[in-house]
Design a protein around this ligand. Structure first.
Ligand SMILES: CC(C)(COP(=O)(O)OP(=O)(O)OC[C@H]1O[C@@H](n2cnc3c(N)ncnc32)[C@H](O)[C@@H]1OP(=O)(O)O)[C@@H](O)C(=O)NCCC(=O)NCCS
Length: 233
């Protein structure tokens, strides 16, 4: 099986990103018996065990299907059979290939979707979130975002507030995932600025500031009720 065959079957599709050295895929990760049967043989026994720990069928399917898609994509780029890939983990858990550290990739999953990014040149981070409506966005923004971002969220209401919150949230996660570090530590080190259809990053302070100067962030077109961002560092 190849990722092209997954795309043909409707189980995945490409998403646009402006950097020609990067590629993005949106993967359907809802429980589907035929897709699961095709995906499971690609996973290692550790990965199957990890997926089996999920109690809910949807969570298990998301883990299996997103990992299988990641193996197909990274395997094809590395010229290694997908089931033979051995992922290593960075200090904060970001998977990488020890034999191809030049090949940058990242995965995110939420709801019934996974987002996978691959870049031959720059570190890449992706984040997708199903926008949940029962959040206290203003309070979360007060706790985790910069003062200006908090003010922006507080100035909006309803669907616009929810969307602004998730656009900033996925941008922050994508940036920190590009660097492979923990999200909680550095959320206030940079400001995310929103404009229609675009995102910009403004480094503020902290150890990441010099590295953040070269980071590019872009919204990813995702189905309604999802927000998604890619970051290239
Ligand atoms: C990684 C992290 C951003 C995940 O966020 P999330 O919204 O819950 O999950 P997502 O679906 O977007 O991403 C999960 C995927 O990101 C990847 N990932 C895990 N850790 C990562 C990291 N530090 N950086 C980038 N990617 C990471 C994995 O592939 C994971 O998928 P998998 O578990 O199926 O392999 C979050 O859990 C985090 O901050 N982790 C760091 C943990 C940490 O700091 N630990 C302290 C250790 S001392």
């Amino acid at each position: 099986m190849t990722i092209a065959q997954w795309i043909q079957s409707g189980a995945a599709r490409r998403a646009a990103v402006s950097d020609p050295a990067a590629k993005l895929w949106l993967v359907e990760a809802a429980p589907d018996p035929a897709r699961l049967a095709a995906a499971e043989p690609l996973l290692s026994s550790d990965e199957i065990q990890r997926a089996d720990r999920f109690y809910r069928l949807e969570d298990r399917a998301r883990a299996v299907l997103s990992r299988a898609a990641l193996r197909l994509i990274v395997g094809e780029a590395a010229g290694i059979a997908p089931e033979k890939l051995a992922f290593s983990l960075g200090p904060f858990g970001k998977p990488f290939l020890a034999e191809r550290p030049d090949l940058h990739f990242n995965v995110s999953h939420s709801g019934d979707l996974a987002l996978i990014g691959l870049s031959a040149e720059r570190m890449i981070g992706v984040d997708i979130e199903l926008m949940r409506e029962n959040l206290d966005e203003v309070e979360l923004a007060r706790m985790f975002f910069c003062a200006s971002e908090h003010r922006l969220i507080a100035s909006k209401a309803g669907a616009a507030q929810l969307e602004a919150f998730y656009r900033i949230w996925t941008a922050k996660e994508a940036v920190l995932k590009a660097f492979g570090i923990g999200v909680a530590a550095s959320l206030k080190d940079f400001e995310v600025r929103l404009s229609p259809g675009a995102l910009a990053i403004w480094p503020l302070a902290g150890r990441l500031a010099p590295a953040l100067a070269g980071v590019q962030i872009e919204p990813v077109a995702a189905p309604d009720s999802y927000a998604a961002t890619v970051a290239l560092a």
